[in-house]
Design a protein around this ligand. Structure first.
Ligand SMILES: Nc1ncnc2c1ncn2[C@@H]1O[C@H](COP(=O)(O)OP(=O)(O)OP(=O)(O)O)[C@@H](O)[C@H]1O
Length: 568
């Protein structure tokens, strides 16, 4: 939480000024019942009209000052909380994008989304309300008590007696509240995950008539969230009635004792009226305190979740490892890796590629093909062995430098709502020529037939493109930045054979100097590779050129023969 509080540091001066204004506004309000008491008890009985008008005018000025100062202070607090939350969200988003693959797995994507959205919203509410109420409530409370003590100390004691009981009750409820709101946010994570999965698979859900099934699954997550929110709300809603009950007991005592004192001539009716006004102020202040505790419970629970991500250690540190005299462009040396650190997902992988060579990777589903690519991109670090680029250990290459080397197409890669130019350029400010060439090499000639061509828009996730068209736009994106290493993960599976063959020709001719790592299901996509890795359950069961593997690797031969008609 300290981390979140540190975001307020740049606004110290503004917050101090805002608090002074708030204090002035609250003090002006506090004077009103006392002025009323003076008018009723001192001036009216003596019929001093000028003095009555003067004190009445004073009351109007105080009321106006209270209004204006409070409005100014509230505007300032809203401005500060807006800027602080914007900065927290910005830093959080930037941190999320820099998390390692293992950290994303640990936090989970839906949880990161809810931390970025609903948690930062709760933090915003906490910062905003705390500035508004945290000054006003104590001043009203303590000022109200002080004024009642000044007006009639005996009556004030009757009112103040239950306060410690109230503070203890609110504190105990709030502690429990933080726990319950943390549980609620975890349920929100689950609901976001369900919604995200359903949105991503909306077409399949509709096609397979699974709308009721998915609605049921979402309803379950929604109910869980609502239930936890209800439990937290139930608890925190107990604070207001608790305060009311205790204060009403105090009020009854005040009215009874006050009536007795007026009858005995120890107090005056104006003082009792002022007393009741202060009582209302104290009541409002306590209500505010209870709201502050609800807000704090939510805000602290959310702030901790946000801080967890902001303070997540940098997994991908750059180590000063000296480069080895190695002429290979890419080398894997005895690389092993496991996601869960139990069973190996990749075991003892070794290969080396010269600049301009092509590595093909093939194997059954789940054998570790994409994992190998993730290690090459340093989304995860190997548990054993090392990965070298130009003889430099991947661990020693700063991520900015490393990632500039690659052009990548992942499985299920994403396109966003924008022009095709935006999607291919991807914020790199590439020359128009480079974009056109990339589109041509990616066989994305369909672009010229769309309205607007490269400047035409596509929908989010490329929803208005066919599977093959999406893949070609993604290929164009990967090819456009003149990468030195091109990574293609099953990126031509939706292309027809003719287009696939044209793509391979473009890769061979236009990218002859680029080192290529191609994961494919089709043997035809990798048969001309300089080296092919055949993976099975994370281990290499065949390694060599197509012709060698046809002789030496039965699994490869079986795949190739099964696709025989397809191999060109
Ligand atoms: N983020 C992850 N956390 C834990 N396990 C994972 C993760 N990603 C993949 N795995 C597991 O690692 C193994 C290899 O997965 P990988 O995605 O590399 O397979 P693949 O060969 O690319 O499969 P496909 O051909 O279906 O894409 C699988 O058993 C998979 O369940």
């Amino acid at each position: 939480m300290k981390h979140i509080v540190s975001y307020l540091a740049p606004y110290r001066a503004s917050i101090a000024l805002e608090m002074v204004i708030k204090i002035l506004g609250t003090l002006a309000e506090l004077l009103l019942p006392w002025m009323l008491q003076v008018i009723l008890d001192d001036l009216v009985p003596e019929k001093r009209l000028n003095a009555i008008l003067l004190w009445g005018g004073g009351m109007v000025v105080c009321a106006a000052a209270g209004l204006v100062f409070n409005i100014i202070a509230n505007r300032m607090s809203t401005g500060i909380s807006r800027q602080v939350t914007r900065q927290i969200r910005f830093d959080l988003f930037r941190r999320v994008l820099r998390l390692s693959g293992a950290q994303v797995d640990e936090f989970t994507t839906p949880s990161l989304i809810s931390r970025l959205t609903s948690d930062t919203y709760h933090v915003h509410e906490m910062i905003d309300r705390m500035q508004r109420m945290a000054v006003r409530a104590p001043i009203m409370l303590l000022g109200g008590v002080a004024m009642t003590l000044f007006l009639d100390p005996v009556l004030a004691c009757v009112l103040v007696l239950p306060l410690p009981l109230m503070v203890a009750g609110v504190w105990a409820l709030s502690r429990q509240g933080i726990r319950l709101y943390t549980a609620t946010q975890t349920a929100v994570d689950g609901m976001v995950r369900r919604a995200q999965e359903s949105m991503a698979g909306i077409r399949v859900i509709q096609a397979l008539s699974k709308i009721d099934y998915e609605t049921g699954r979402f309803d379950q997550a929604n109910r869980e969230t609502a239930q936890r929110e209800y439990r937290a709300g139930l608890l925190m809603n107990a604070t207001n009635p608790l305060i009311n009950a205790i204060l009403n007991a105090g009020l009854t005592g005040v009215v009874v004792v006050g009536a007795l004192r007026v009858n005995a001539g120890a107090s005056q009716p104006g003082a009792i009226i002022a007393f009741l006004s202060y009582f209302t102020m104290i009541l409002n202040a306590l209500m505010m305190v209870s709201r502050i505790f609800v807000m704090l419970s939510k805000g602290i629970a959310s702030g901790r979740r946000v801080a967890e991500v902001l303070q997540a250690p940098d997994d991908m540190l750059v180590s000063p490892i000296p480069a080895s005299p190695d002429h290979a462009h890419i080398a894997f040396e005895g690389v092993s890796f496991s996601y869960g650190k139990a069973e190996k997902d990749l075991y003892n992988i070794s290969f080396s590629l010269q600049a301009g060579q092509t590595l093909g990777i093939i194997g059954p589903t789940g054998c570790g093909k994409s994992t190998l690519l993730r290690l090459l991109l340093r989304a995860y670090d190997p548990d054993a062995g090392r990965i070298l680029i130009h003889g430099r250990n991947l661990l020693s290459i700063p991520s900015q430098e490393l990632h500039k080397m690659f052009g990548v197409v992942f499985q299920n890669d994403f396109l966003f709502d924008g022009t095709l130019t935006d999607n291919i350029d991807f914020g790199r400010d590439l020359e128009r020529d480079a974009l056109c060439r990339a589109a041509q090499n990616a066989q994305a000639e369909f672009i010229s037939t769309r309205p607007g061509g490269l400047d035409g828009r596509i929908a989010a996730r490329g929803a208005d493109l066919s599977g093959g068209q999406k893949q070609r736009v993604l290929l164009a994106r990967a090819m456009a930045g003149s990468p030195e290493i091109l990574i293609l993960d099953d990126s031509s599976s939706a292309l027809d054979y003719k287009t696939d063959a044209a793509l391979r020709r473009a890769l061979a001719h236009e990218f002859s100097g680029v080192t290529k790592v191609i994961v494919a299901q089709r043997v035809s996509a990798i048969r001309h590779a300089d080296c092919i890795l055949v993976l099975d359950e994370g281990s290499v069961i065949g390694q060599g050129r197509h012709e060698e593997l046809m002789q030496s690797c039965p699994a490869y031969r079986a795949i190739a023969e099964a696709q025989m008609g397809e191999v060109d």
